[in-house]
Design a protein. Structure first.
Length: 330
């Protein structure tokens, strides 16, 4: 039912729209970000439709603790193992069981850390078990109390997120700092949770990919910002917030996607070929004439969306054509 809610109290449509963050006008946001930033304007057209999910805060926290020094496939496997091992069974579909996400109370039980290590979680097993226990101590409402009032959970009326600042609104800074007290949560994980689990759109997670983008496209990597320190981390976030505003984390996600190798096929590659020929004639009074033709192909390869310098490839092909003349009879 596209009108939302549907009949009989079915909130599936509303839940999907909320989770996929479909309410904001993405076309307007892309125009706004492009007008403020020429680099975004160059890259964004090939990566339209990217949205930041509105995940459950606890699920986002667990997922991003698992993301430390990890790849997407292994992270997905870990989340699946967590749900199968500790999540309550929801039901079966086509013979496959589906489990809900485990609660902090479940992961805080004795023996969870050892079991997670056996399942391949490595050092993250300790972080998950300890963080689950810390959340129990802080109470059920603590994590959601850090949420942006402008982006409440489904069914709750939106409020005021506070006054804008270059370093982010006060509520965002408080949420970020409090998350850092949890096990396995550094600045990047805290910003990921703020952005995707707590609705703070100005949160800008800075990892290796984003640092490379900052160096390549925004003149970081020199002077006092020559390496990724805490000061540089904050400076990169402030730079992006100054360009893109309250949804800086969303705009950053578009550039992050454009930088991923998995999406490199969307990059536009142009090849220009120039051909120059030089013909040399070498005389031979007895055998005749040899004509040697050297063809130089100069290819200019442009990766327009990567912002890289042009690379030139020089190919030299030599074609030798031998024409034999008969000697005249005396």
């Amino acid at each position: 039912d596209e009108r939302g809610g549907g009949g009989g109290g079915d909130d599936t449509h509303d839940l999907i729209c909320h989770y996929l963050n479909l309410s904001p006008d993405l076309t307007r946001l892309y125009k706004q970000w492009s007008a403020a930033d020429p680099n975004f304007a160059r890259r964004a057209p090939a990566f339209t439709g990217i949205r930041v999910l509105q995940q459950d805060a606890w699920e986002a926290l667990v997922g991003f603790i698992c993301s430390s020094n990890n790849n997407i496939i292994r992270i997905s496997q870990m989340i699946h193992k967590l749900c199968v091992e500790y999540g309550p069974l929801i039901g079966e579909l086509d013979g496959l069981p589906y489990h809900d996400f485990p609660t902090p109370g479940t992961l805080a039980q004795d023996g969870v850390e050892a079991r997670l290590r056996a399942l391949g979680f490595g050092y993250r097993a300790k972080y998950l078990a300890q963080t689950a226990r810390m959340l129990l101590e802080k109470g059920d409402v603590w994590l959601d109390s850090l949420r942006n009032p402008e982006r409440p959970i489904l069914g709750v009326k939106a409020g005021d997120g506070g006054d804008w600042r270059e370093e982010g609104r006060e509520g965002y800074r408080r949420a970020h700092d409090e998350l850092l007290a949890l096990q396995g949560v550094g600045p990047k994980v805290a910003d990921c949770v703020c952005l995707m689990g707590l609705g703070w759109g100005e949160a800008v997670p800075v990892d290796t990919h984003v640092w490379q983008i900052a160096q390549r496209d925004y003149r970081f990597g020199r002077g006092k910002h020559s390496s990724l320190t805490k000061a540089t981390y904050d400076a990169v976030g402030n730079k992006f917030r100054s360009l893109w505003g309250k949804e800086a984390g969303w705009a950053h996600s578009v550039l992050f996607t454009a930088d991923l190798r998995a999406f490199s096929e969307r990059l536009v590659t142009k090849t220009e070929v120039k051909e120059e020929s030089l013909i040399k004639v070498e005389e031979d009074a007895i055998a005749g004439a040899v004509i040697k033709e050297e063809v130089t192909l100069e290819k200019t390869i442009k990766r327009e969306l990567e912002g890289q310098d042009e690379r030139k490839l020089i190919e030299i092909k030599a074609n030798v054509v031998r024409k034999t003349k008969r000697r005249r009879k005396a």
